[in-house]
Design a binder for this molecule. Structure first.
Ligand SMILES: Nc1ncnc2c1ncn2[C@@H]1O[C@H](COP(=O)(O)OP(=O)(O)OP(=O)(O)O)[C@@H](O)[C@H]1O
Ligand SMILES: [Mg+2]
Length: 219
């Protein structure tokens, strides 16, 4: 299974990637968690642009993300190889992040779809639907400077709109599990597991049965 977690900044994708992986491992599945931008050369370049150490217009960054994604997928020991070995891959962000964030920066959605065409569609996309207010509170609580809160709020609202638009196209989504990301970590994990059981039980009965158990592994 190739599982993607998506959501706004502070939505909880990193937290739930870790919890979902821990849960699946307790049930005997081999998992590999990863994130985008990846740790590879293109991912590092993209990260230095995001962090402001390098400047690049939005179209260049979009191409950088797309190049990183293809590298991350097809390199030795990349996502494709892991999946072929039967490992469950859970990635913190994937194509939808590019569609949402880069179209919020004014790039054309169809062009973004085009440059990502070589990226395989995941089996499941988990969208953590966390309110902009809660995202801002969490970003603030983890000590990031929010010097321009109004600007950040507007940007998040815009990105949220683009996410919903991109999700509605169904491209690069696979089976969609939407979880209300505003609750406790345990509550969000429970929703993800329930949503996955519902979406997957026809494909994989054991997974549906497994998920009727209460979640474990909450750190
Ligand atoms: N359900 C939750 N309830 C309370 N706090 C949470 C919850 N989920 C995550 N957090 C906390 O909120 C902060 C942001 O969470 P996390 O890093 O998982 O978000 P993210 O979606 O990965 O953000 P980014 O996209 O910016 O990396 C962290 O400090 C995390 O511990
Ligand atoms: Mg994160």
């Amino acid at each position: 299974m190739f599982i993607v977690l998506e959501g706004l900044d502070g939505a909880g994708t990193t937290t739930q990637t870790r919890l979902l992986s821990a849960h699946l491992r307790q049930w005997g599945f081999e998992t590999w968690t990863t994130r985008e931008p990846s740790a590879g050369p293109f991912g590092k370049a993209a990260r230095s642009v995001i962090e402001g150490d390098e400047t690049l217009p939005p179209a260049g960054l979009a191409l950088g993300f797309a190049a990183d994604r293809i590298h991350h997928m097809f390199k030795p020991d990349g996502i494709e190889e892991m999946l072929a070995r039967g490992v469950w891959v859970i990635t913190d962000r994937y194509v939808l992040s590019s569609l949402a964030y880069q179209s919020a920066q004014g790039l054309d959605l169809n062009w973004l779809i085009e440059i990502n065409r070589a990226a395989p569609t995941p089996d499941v996309t988990v969208f953590l639907d966390t309110s902009v207010r809660v995202c801002l509170e969490r970003i603030q609580a983890r000590g990031e400077n929010l010097e321009d809160k109004f600007h950040q709020r507007t940007a998040l609202l815009n990105t949220r709109r683009q996410y919903l638009h991109a999700l509605s196209s169904g491209l690069f989504v696979g089976k969609l599990v939407t979880a209300d990301g505003n609750g406790s970590k345990a509550d969000v994990l429970q929703q993800i597991l329930r949503g996955m059981a519902e979406e997957l039980q026809t494909d994989l009965g054991v997974f549906g049965g497994m998920l009727s158990q209460p979640p474990r592994g909450l750190g």
